[in-house]
Design a protein around this ligand. Structure first.
Ligand code: SAM
Length: 243
């Protein structure tokens, strides 16, 4: 799985993916990241990438030509059979477990990061398969959302997590939050690890985990237990709607 990212700030990606699971995934060739500087595709001798908005108003808008040229260049240099082009945008479909799992099926996810007032609308119309948001708030740019997306999607790429399929045990995978975890010591400052977890009785442990997962979901995220999103979670892998 390859992520191609087009951004005005390539340096924001250096370091961020150089530790932990994603660093290992990149070293092992399970996931690759190529960062493309939008400025390189800028217009004219000054490589202009933005301009004032038609109709007036404050702020700058990213011009269309650098995005068109960047995508054409990427496709020529690195052809991919099965790609998805996403524009990071607060107006997009909200990223969640199910959406991330869908994206992991593509050979390439091509991410376009906006800045300032955003990106000329013709980019969305002509080049973008889908707009993607990381939540109902506005960030200064698409770089942090792109990093979040790459982290989340990579967890679904086979072999990225130590034990294949582990992502399927996590919170949201079956429409529930995950059960609580404990490790050593068994007793700490008066707090004890539940006895059942130390019992070695796997059936009882499974039942306890299920009950605690349901209890945590009722308490923290009762919305997940409502019929429709629960069904969507099981089949599509999470609440795939826009809420
Ligand atoms: N004027 C735009 C609006 O009101 O919809 C917001 C532009 S925002 C300041 C600049 C860029 O940050 C966007 O083009 C987008 O790429 C990125 N961005 C901001 N919030 C985001 C979010 N919640 N999810 C994904 N990308 C976001």
């Amino acid at each position: 799985m390859v992520f191609d990212v087009v951004t005005l700030f390539p340096s924001m990606f250096f370091g961020a993916l150089e530790g932990g699971v994603l660093a290992r995934a990149r070293r092992d060739g399970k996931v690759a990241l190529r960062v493309h500087d939008l400025r390189r595709f800028g217009v004219g001798p000054h490589r202009q990438v933005d301009d004032t908005p038609y109709g007036g108003g404050g702020g700058m808008v990213l011009r269309p030509e650098p995005f068109f040229d960047a995508i054409e260049w990427i496709r020529t240099q690195y052809p991919a059979k099965n790609e998805r082009v996403l524009l990071l945008s607060p107006q997009g479909r909200k990223l969640n477990h199910g959406f991330a799992r869908e994206l992991a099926d593509f050979d390439r996810v091509l991410l376009l990061s906006g800045r300032y007032e955003g990106v000329d609308e013709r980019v969305r119309e002509a080049l973008v398969d889908e707009e993607l948001s990381i939540g109902d708030m506005v960030l200064t740019g698409g770089e942090l959302p792109a990093l979040v997306l790459m982290d989340v999607v990579s967890r679904f790429v086979p072999g990225v997590l130590g034990r294949e399929g582990t992502a399927e045990d996590d919170t949201f995978s079956d429409g529930l939050l995950e059960h609580p975890h404990y490790t050593r010591p068994a007793r700490y400052r008066g707090y004890e690890v539940p006895e059942v977890l130390q019992s070695g009785d796997h059936g009882a442990i499974e039942r306890w985990r299920r009950e605690r997962a349901e209890e945590a979901t009722r308490r923290k995220r009762p919305d997940l237990l409502q019929g429709e999103s629960r069904g969507a979670s099981r089949e599509g892998g999470g609440n795939t709607g826009t809420d």
